[in-house]
Ligand binder design. Structure first.
Ligand SMILES: NC(=O)c1ccc[n+]([C@@H]2O[C@H](COP(=O)([O-])OP(=O)(O)OC[C@H]3O[C@@H](n4cnc5c(N)ncnc54)[C@H](OP(=O)(O)O)[C@@H]3O)[C@@H](O)[C@H]2O)c1
Length: 301
């Protein structure tokens, strides 16, 4: 048998429970992974609350991304062997908060040897989002990138990518995130009413890219600081970003492979701030639900 952390209907945390099911068998194009770690994301909460539509099959296992070891390969899968360490997004309809998860072989990548399973599990969702957001508008060395929500899972990785590319990075986050933001080499600016004024002082000629991970009014407040509105990109609030002249995230199908390569070379280190066992997955989700995550939260079976 295999444990899975599911929700049974759309709603709040009261709909979550730990269940057991037979170990699934991989279908065509799939690999079965013995999960070693699973990343927790705001998307898990949005899914449970019904924000991604209300036609999912119940019970639905939570968790969009995992790292682990291949336990079985489906028919017609080539290039993967049992025992190989991998990471990737779970297959559509599947979940990662589990002892075993199904992945599409074409979406998975090999886990670099020197990267821990916990860190590897944070890359498929937050890492690719950070990669896309920092690359869909091309900046040159020395240009200024402003990151709103810089201390969270995606924001921290976006700041790190900015450092790798030698951008000048300004990260907006609460005081509690000052250290983690500054550890990336970024200049920290306190979130809240004074943020726009503080950024203007640091960059009087404007910023060349605004990477938004918060949305709403905080995004509106910072938007006038961008040299051109099409340099606003948001993973949190595509609607407001578009309204302001910017855009949502553009998905590069090769983003996972590229960002895993960078993490594998040790030039970018995702921050794992909290690790919970699978039987405490509810606490992991509650921590992310507070909206003040520092780096990434991870579940280990
Ligand atoms: N479209 C996609 O493919 C995609 C992929 C990944 C993520 N996302 C979305 O992107 C957003 C961020 O994801 P995440 O994983 O980074 O979330 P997270 O780890 O929960 O981080 C969110 C961060 O925002 C900060 N924050 C909240 N209000 C703020 C404000 N007014 N000013 C500045 N910072 C503020 C929080 O910390 P403090 O306020 O305590 O500083 C926290 O560090 C979510 O909406 C998520 O759903 C989308």
């Amino acid at each position: 048998m295999s444990r899975v952390y599911v929700f049974t209907q759309y709603g709040g945390p009261e709909t979550e429970e730990l269940r057991e099911r037979p170990v699934p068998e991989p279908g065509p194009g799939q690999i079965l992974v013995k999960v070693r770690a699973a990343g927790v994301n705001p998307a898990d909460l949005k899914l449970r609350e019904g924000q991604f539509g209300r036609s999912h099959t119940m019970p639905r296992t939570l968790g969009f991304e995992v790292s682990g070891v291949v336990a079985a390969v489906g028919p017609d899968v080539e290039g993967y062997a049992v025992g190989e360490a991998v990471l990737g997004p779970v297959a559509p309809g599947e979940g990662g908060f589990a002892d075993h998860a199904l992945l599409r072989a074409k979406d998975a990548v090999a886990k670099p040897e020197d990267v821990s399973f916990e860190v590897a599990a944070t890359v498929p969702v937050a890492g690719t989002a950070a990669y896309d957001l920092t690359h869909q508008v091309e900046l040159e060395e020395g240009q200024t990138m402003l990151v709103l929500g810089a201390g969270g899972g995606v924001g921290h990785m976006a700041c790190e990518i900015g450092r790798v590319h030698r951008f000048r990075v300004i990260g907006v986050a609460s005081e509690a995130k000052r250290e983690i933001v500054e550890s990336t080499g970024a200049t920290w600016v306190a979130s809240g009413d004074g943020a726009a004024g503080a950024v203007r002082e640091l960059a009087p000629d404007g910023v060349d890219l605004l990477v938004d991970l918060v949305g709403g009014q905080p995004l509106r407040d910072l938007a006038p600081l961008v040299t051109s509105p099409d340099r606003i990109v948001s993973a949190a609030d595509e609607q407001t970003a578009t309204e302001l002249g910017g855009s949502g995230r553009a998905n590069d199908p090769e983003a996972l492979e590229k960002i895993v390569g960078v993490v594998g070379h040790g030039v970018l280190t995702p921050e794992v701030a909290a690790v919970f066992p699978l039987d405490r997955a509810g606490e992991a989700l509650a921590a992310v639900a507070e909206g003040h995550s520092r780096g990434k939260t991870v579940i280990v079976p």
